[in-house]
Write a protein that binds this ligand. Structure first.
Ligand SMILES: [Fe+2]
Ligand SMILES: [Fe+2]
Length: 259
């Protein structure tokens, strides 16, 4: 698979938060965590760009243009988040640079009608990924003392709240246009999307990784707590909200990944 270098050094250095000295073991854990975030945040930008194009193609009405513009803005925010996370890497003595593999393009889902295909992507990106991100980042932020790092994370959190809300609002507006058969198919899609989301989240917070004292104040999360929060967010926020919109998420979550 082709790799390339994501180099955010220049931008990140200009955004470096003021941080206290930490011991070398913790410093390298902080660099690793925030460099991973830098890559994922930056990598979300093309996802929103592609989503914007897909939503724009749904119609010539004003709302399609507005959705496109919102997605462009969210893409810019994700790039900015990449630089902000890189700034933390730099603040702790690392380089905001990494070798990355380009993700496959956003699926078009052209086996179903355009609206249904777009709903699939909004579900996956905003209602799942961004909603989980809001919960996790909110929890991380609570552990942080006042200061530059907390302010930096607060900026990211405010944007992620916007990204999740965009998707839920769009879905609420569009879901009346889905017929019964489409809702059943979306349930099937969700079984796959939930399983992928669970795999992804669990891979980010491996259990049993040592969690050094002072780590939480620097934005590192304890694997066990993060996993619990992920499951709570799915069960208490995502599934009920989707069910309220007539999308059979409860069965999909229970039967996730089954073929
Ligand atoms: Fe982000
Ligand atoms: Fe986001």
């Amino acid at each position: 698979m082709a790799t390339r270098v994501l180099d955010l050094v220049e931008e990140a250095r200009a955004l470096r938060p003021a941080v206290a000295e930490v011991d070398p073991a913790l410093r390298s854990a902080v660099q690793r965590t925030w460099r991973g975030r830098m890559i994922r945040e930056h990598g979300s930008a093309p996802v929103f760009e592609a989503l914007g194009e897909q939503l724009r193609r749904l119609g010539s009405q004003e709302s399609a243009e507005a959705a496109w513009a919102a997605c462009q803005e969210m893409a810019a925010e994700e790039r900015r988040h990449g630089a902000l996370c890189g700034a933390v890497v730099e603040a702790f003595g690392g380089d905001a640079r990494a070798e990355v593999v380009d993700e496959p393009p956003l699926p078009e889902h052209d086996d179903v009608a355009p609206l249904e295909g777009a709903v699939r992507n909004v579900l996956s990106i905003c209602c799942l990924s961004e909603t989980v991100a809001v919960a996790l980042i909110s929890a991380e932020r609570l552990e942080m003392p006042e200061g530059d790092l907390r302010r930096l994370l607060s900026t990211i959190l405010a944007d992620e709240v916007g990204h999740a809300r965009f998707g839920w609002r769009w879905l609420a507006e569009m879901s009346p246009g889905l017929d019964a058969a489409a809702r059943v198919r979306l349930g099937e899609y969700l079984r796959v999307a939930f399983a992928a989301q669970e795999r992804h989240q669990l891979s980010l917070v491996p259990e049993g990784r040592p969690f050094p004292p002072g780590a939480a104040a620097l934005g590192l999360c304890d694997g066990g707590a993060a996993r619990e929060l992920f499951y709570d967010t799915v069960n208490e926020v995502i599934v009920p909200r989707l069910e309220a919109l007539g999308i059979p998420a409860e069965t999909a979550w229970r039967r996730r990944g089954l073929t």
